[in-house]
Design a protein around this ligand. Structure first.
Ligand code: BDR
Ligand code: CA
Length: 310
């Protein structure tokens, strides 16, 4: 079977880093388009270049939009990912620069050059995808699949706005544009992420057994681990890694529900929430395959290989 061809929109980000390592180990990376999110765009672009060097890869890196489409964000996620987004390790300046083309334009061009071939994996606020869609609404017709990490499908989010998940809450208007435009996509939400954590000791054993990628991940993960320990959170949860597993191998999904999902744009307490029409009351097209369970052993095997600990 030929390897999946991935176009990855990302805001690295510790769990983005693991997801990109998985993509490199199990698929072909056509390009990284980079969004602002976990930290500012200057950091996320540099982190994407750092990851390219770590992997000895040559895929292009395209910088995207430095802010959400409409409103300034309420929060970033530096308190989890580190001020620089990769655990404040202090990596050297990456070798090659980012490419000059804007991320949204690169997404349009690459999907025109390779219609029907590329799986779009969205691991960040959806600003770049929304811009691309506004420029060219036919984008969904050229994408093989879209997999989105985002949302909290029963309202248990991870941001200051209780029901909102970070990627959707950072740029709700962008998520609205994407959710309205794509007739079908896979949605890997924060609540599924929490159900698919790894045991701390088991994960540490993979880090110890792995190669330079495991060493790198152990370094960048330290800040997030300290944060989790202080907040009494146990186990290793990696939202973007779970979404990447679904992008690499859709057959890993063992339970899902396909429903209409919309984004709340106005709520006083709910802006950025993903509203799921669980009972099909609205008669809207059910566009999101909501991933509820994956085969955890296969997910673990994918992560181990990405760390060089297979
Ligand atoms: C998502 O938000 C970011 O902090 C992570 O990188 C992930 O994409 C989880 O809510
Ligand atoms: Ca991310």
């Amino acid at each position: 079977m030929s390897k999946p061809q991935l176009l990855i929109d990302t805001d690295p980000g510790v769990d983005d880093a693991l997801a990109i390592m998985m993509a490199h180990a199990h698929a072909d990376i056509a390009a990284l388009s980079v969004a602002a999110g976990n930290v500012g765009l200057g950091h996320t672009v540099r982190n994407a270049r750092t990851l390219r060097d770590l992997l000895g890869a040559t895929f292009p890196v395209y910088a995207g939009c430095p802010s959400p489409l409409v409103r300034a964000p309420d929060e970033d996620a530096a308190f989890v990912h580190g001020m620089d987004g990769l655990g404040d390790v202090g990596f050297p300046e990456p070798k090659a620069a980012a490419d000059a083309e804007a991320a949204a334009l690169a997404l349009l061009r690459l999907t025109r050059e390779r219609p029907g071939e590329l799986t779009l994996v969205a691991l960040a606020p959806l600003t770049n995808l929304a811009l691309a869609l506004r420029l060219d609404p036919t984008l969904p017709q050229r994408v093989k699949r879209l997999v989105v990490m985002g949302g909290a499908v029963t309202g248990r989010g991870n941001t200051g706005k209780v029901p909102a998940e970070f990627n959707i809450g950072f740029d709700p208007e962008a998520a609205h544009v994407v959710f309205e435009a794509f007739p079908a996509f896979d949605l890997v939400d924060w609540e599924a992420t929490l159900r698919h954590g790894f045991d701390d000791a088991e994960f540490d054993a993979w880090l110890a057994a792995g190669d330079r990628r495991a060493e790198f991940f152990g370094q960048v993960f330290r800040t997030a681990r300290d944060y989790n320990a202080k907040h009494d959170r146990h186990g290793v949860v990696a939202a973007d890694a779970l979404a990447m597993a679904v992008a690499i191998d859709p057959a890993i999904v063992t339970r899902s529900e396909t429903r209409a999902v919309a984004v709340e744009l106005d709520g006083r307490l709910t802006r950025g929430a993903t509203v799921v029409d669980w009972a099909n009351r609205l008669g809207r097209p059910a566009q999101a395959r909501i991933v509820l369970e994956v085969d955890q052993a296969r997910f673990a095997a994918m992560v181990r290989k990405a760390l060089g600990a297979a």
